[in-house]
Design a protein around this ligand. Structure first.
Ligand code: SAM
Length: 210
């Protein structure tokens, strides 16, 4: 027995240490098990929305959709100050918030997925030199967020969510703007549709609060 093995054996109370192959096997099994647990834990925030009554999966805005959002904001005829503050409801990786802040609109995002919130914060910090207005991100449920103070809201949700959102968005004041991406609002008394920008999956509907 080598001196190292003898020392290990002494530390383990005289029990013989496992043969080297078994030890490597145990290490590999431990690392694989640890990785499996880490991957499972990281997947929870992405999978758990599917368990909610209203399921909105994480699907990032396409480059065309983003361009349509900025075009729609530009066409409102309002300046960045008049469009501020803006909120992205379900902000994903923060790309919409960052794009709006590049236009000089003070922008924030609420998002359920804590990994995406952390990523958005890091993105905001690392691209701060290209931003013309402050950004902020919070882990919060859309339906528990007070939206009354926002002059502009952006939502890229799910078709089944749009009807449920109408009462929540009703908290916003007269003249506020809403951009609905990919899915329009159902007919309602509170929001007047101004125009549709783009087509298909990249379409953005612009509304004004009556
Ligand atoms: C279709 S993605 C849009 C992401 C981002 N706005 C974009 O355009 O790239 C919808 C996002 O809403 C988040 N989400 C789903 N339900 C939510 C809720 N109740 N409150 C806050 N965020 C939610 C999802 O985790 C997902 O990141």
């Amino acid at each position: 027995m080598s001196s190292e093995a003898a020392l290990l054996s002494a530390l383990e109370g005289g029990k013989p240490s496992p043969p080297p192959n078994r030890r490597v096997g145990l290490i590999v099994a431990g690392v694989a098990g640890g990785l499996g647990i880490a991957v499972t834990l990281a997947a929870i925030p992405f999978v758990s929305p599917a368990l909610r009554r209203v399921c909105i999966p994480y699907v990032p805005a396409t480059p065309n959709q983003l361009a349509n959002v900025t075009r729609a904001l530009g066409r409102t005829g309002l300046n960045p100050k008049e469009l501020s503050p803006l909120i992205d409801l379900g902000s994903g990786d923060g790309r919409v918030v960052l794009e709006c802040a590049k236009m000089g609109i003070t922008s924030s995002g609420v998002e359920l997925n804590s990994i995406l919130v952390a990523y958005s914060k890091w993105s905001g910090f690392s691209s701060r030199s290209s931003l013309a207005a402050p950004v902020s991100f919070r882990r919060k449920d859309i339906f528990k967020t007070d939206v009354a103070a926002y002059k502009t809201a952006v939502i890229f949700g799910a078709e089944s969510l749009m009807g449920d959102l109408v009462p929540k968005l009703g908290e916003m004041r007269e003249g506020s703007r809403l951009l609905a991406c990919r899915f329009p609002l159902p007919d309602n008394e509170e929001w007047k549709m101004i125009e549709q920008i783009g087509e298909g999956i990249d379409a953005v509907w612009v509304y004004s609060r009556k």
